[in-house]
Design a protein around this ligand. Structure first.
Ligand SMILES: [Zn+2]
Length: 415
């Protein structure tokens, strides 16, 4: 009887198995054969990949993604000036074009070494005849060379915004748009400003709004309907409120044109304005205009004050024909931001890098080169005139002393 039961069970198992097989075969017959096979293979592969990721690769992938997604590096440059000597030096008599690329050839690796690079364009573009001080207009090729050097965004609100009146404001914007260079600070009209009240950086999972203001425009007011962003508390407040409600950025950074020319230290109005930006939640402010360096401060969060903040009072001239010490050099400022698990943006690191403008005369023609200053301190032989090397060294010594004494938590980095 026991044997009979076992045999019966065996037969039942066989019958069930054969039924299953025939069911599968029916399904295969009813569906297109190739598709079924592909689908199964794809599904199998997917399953296998998923399993492997879960088992081995997932922790590593999460780590890589986190690194790429929650950090961003930003590089800030001071004033791109455009004196007549620079325009003449850029002119190629043979091709009858203006060529600026060589000016940035030695600093390009530094400018390109960031997720986003921003600077202040202190000239108007494209209004002929091209002119230097006091009312600047440079060829559009100046902006293309700046872009080729690694700059992504230019601020256009400064005391020279209206140098060439309406034509200058509008042509500058059109040139930058045509070259696909991001910009903010001046606008064709109030309607355009409402559409783009800030330049918004979308990168590495960050949404950063850049705003730009100037203390004035040398007495030349913008012509309607053009708009220039002035450093006025009521304007800034309404802009920040509107940007927060319409864009909801992770971070707002203000790039401002302020301060006393040729002064090593910030004035009271710069300090007051920095405090005002902070009161609006804009805790990162980068400045330029004095044509010389001014200190940089990173106020880290404390128990008493949880809001960290950072100000660079002046980055100085990045390129100009101002040869008087210490207007002949500047600094670029590098900022690393980090997004925490709570989605809040924090400053991870902040450093500066010194630059110096070399103006050698080659075959009777003046040339311009922005040098990575530290690298050239050990290369006196590359200067045809010893006095140029000595000038650079004087600038570097001064900058290191000034920033060494007055900076807070921000040090020089070298390459
Ligand atoms: Zn200025």
């Amino acid at each position: 009887m026991k044997v009979f039961k076992i045999v019966c069970l065996f037969i039942i198992i066989l019958l069930v198995q054969s039924a299953c097989v025939s069911k599968k075969e029916v399904q295969k017959k009813n569906e297109p054969e190739k598709e079924t096979i592909i689908e199964e293979t794809v599904n199998e592969e997917k399953v296998v990949v998923k399993k492997e990721e879960k088992k081995k690769e997932l922790p590593q992938k999460v780590k890589v993604l986190k690194k790429a997604d929650d950090e961003i590096s930003l590089l800030f440059i001071g004033d791109f000036m455009g004196h007549m000597d620079q325009i003449k030096a850029a002119y190629n008599k043979k091709t009858k074009t203006y060529e600026y690329d060589s000016c940035f050839s030695k600093i390009k690796p530094i400018l390109s070494d960031a997720d986003v690079t921003l600077g202040n364009l202190e000239v108007t573009l494209g209004v002929k005849p091209y002119s230097g001080y006091p009312q600047f207009s440079s060829p559009p090729s100046y902006a293309s060379a700046i872009k080729n050097a690694g700059v992504d965004i230019l601020t256009t609100s400064n005391n020279h915004s209206c140098d060439k009146r309406k034509k200058g404001v509008e042509r500058t914007i059109h040139v930058l748009d045509s070259l696909n260079i991001g910009h903010t600070g001046t606008f064709i009209s109030a309607v355009e400003k409402t559409k783009n009240p800030a330049y918004v950086i979308h990168k590495n999972n960050f949404k950063i709004a850049v705003i730009s203001y100037t203390y004035g425009t040398n007495g030349l007011k913008p012509t309607a309907p053009n708009v220039v962003n002035y450093l006025k508390k009521e304007t800034i407040k309404s802009d920040v409120t509107y940007i927060n409600s319409s864009i909801s950025p992770d971070q707002i950074i203000a790039f401002v044109h302020w301060g006393d020319q040729y002064k090593d230290l910030p004035n009271k109005s710069q300090k007051d304005m920095f405090a005002y930006f902070k009161s609006l939640g804009v805790n990162i402010v980068i400045g330029a205009h004095p044509h010389v360096l001014q200190p940089m401060e990173w106020h880290k969060a404390t128990k008493e004050n949880e809001q960290e903040s950072l100000v660079v009072y002046s980055l100085g001239n990045f390129v100009s024909h101002q040869r008087t010490f210490p207007r002949d050099g500047g600094a670029v400022f590098k900022l690393w931001l980090k997004k925490g698990a709570d989605n809040k943006v924090k400053i991870k690191k902040a450093d500066y890098f010194l630059t110096w403008v070399h103006e050698p005369v080659v075959s009777g023609n003046k040339e311009y080169y922005v040098l990575p200053a530290d690298a050239y301190t050990s290369k006196p032989e590359t200067f045809t005139r010893k006095k140029d090397y000595d000038k650079m060294m004087r600038y570097v010594k001064h900058a290191r002393k000034l920033l060494g004494e007055h900076n807070k938590n921000i040090n020089e980095y070298t390459k």
